[in-house]
Design a protein around this ligand. Structure first.
Ligand code: AMP
Length: 190
């Protein structure tokens, strides 16, 4: 079982690279941001609860995110592995994920972290805003808040995986194929 956490700040290219990785390795994509957006567009009670946090660029409370991920894992059968994209974003989420996977004896193999400087992130998100339709991409204030939230609450999650010897960092600046090839060369050696 190939379970991977694809990590990085907003705009690092996690979504783009995940799509390529799931195709090549036949993995299930668990992207919590996408799942929340789906709930939002379907107007579910979960979507309504998540909305106020998402639109400000703040994190949705851990218990809501963790339950949603657990459901998704439990409803996926006969899988070759999962790629987690945008999750875990707090240490609490990381320990909860470990517990969920431990019970099933399918631990995370590696965190792959995309490294991109802040200026480039802001440039990419502003560009994405033209087509994404995402409210949280639309204002500089919201973009900056998401980067702040990443620095304060999410970055420490990398240390958690470093401490468990499950951390690799990749340069997230360059061509999509070039970055993908680098990710694959790490995955192939796991
Ligand atoms: P993303 O598409 O990953 O940028 O996520 C969009 C928004 O969804 C985030 O700014 C948060 O409000 C919410 N979100 C997504 N994943 C998580 C998570 N793991 N923990 C808390 N909030 C999340």
């Amino acid at each position: 079982m190939l379970n991977i956490v694809l990590f990085g700040p907003p705009g690092a290219g996690k979504g783009t690279q995940s799509k390529k990785i799931i195709q090549k390795y036949n993995l299930i994509h668990i992207a919590t941001g996408d799942l929340f957006r789906l709930h939002l567009s379907n107007n579910t009670s979960l979507g309504i609860r998540a909305k106020e946090y998402m639109n400000k660029g703040n994190l949705v409370p851990d218990n809501i995110v963790i339950n949603m991920v657990e459901d998704k894992i439990n409803n996926s059968n006969n899988v070759e592995g999962f790629i987690f994209d945008g999750f875990p974003r707090t240490i609490n989420q990381a320990t909860a994920l470990d517990k969920m996977l431990e019970i099933k004896n399918i631990p995370i193999k590696q965190m792959l972290a995309l490294k991109v400087e802040e200026e480039e992130l802001i440039r990419r998100i502003k560009n994405r805003a033209k087509t994404s339709g995402r409210l949280d991409d639309q204002s500089e204030e919201k973009i900056n808040n998401r980067i702040q939230v990443y620095n304060n609450e999410t970055k420490p999650v990398a240390n958690y995986y470093k401490e468990h010897d499950k951390f690799s960092e990749i340069n997230g600046i360059g061509g999509i194929t070039e970055i993908f090839d680098e990710l694959c060369s790490i995955i192939d050696n796991l």
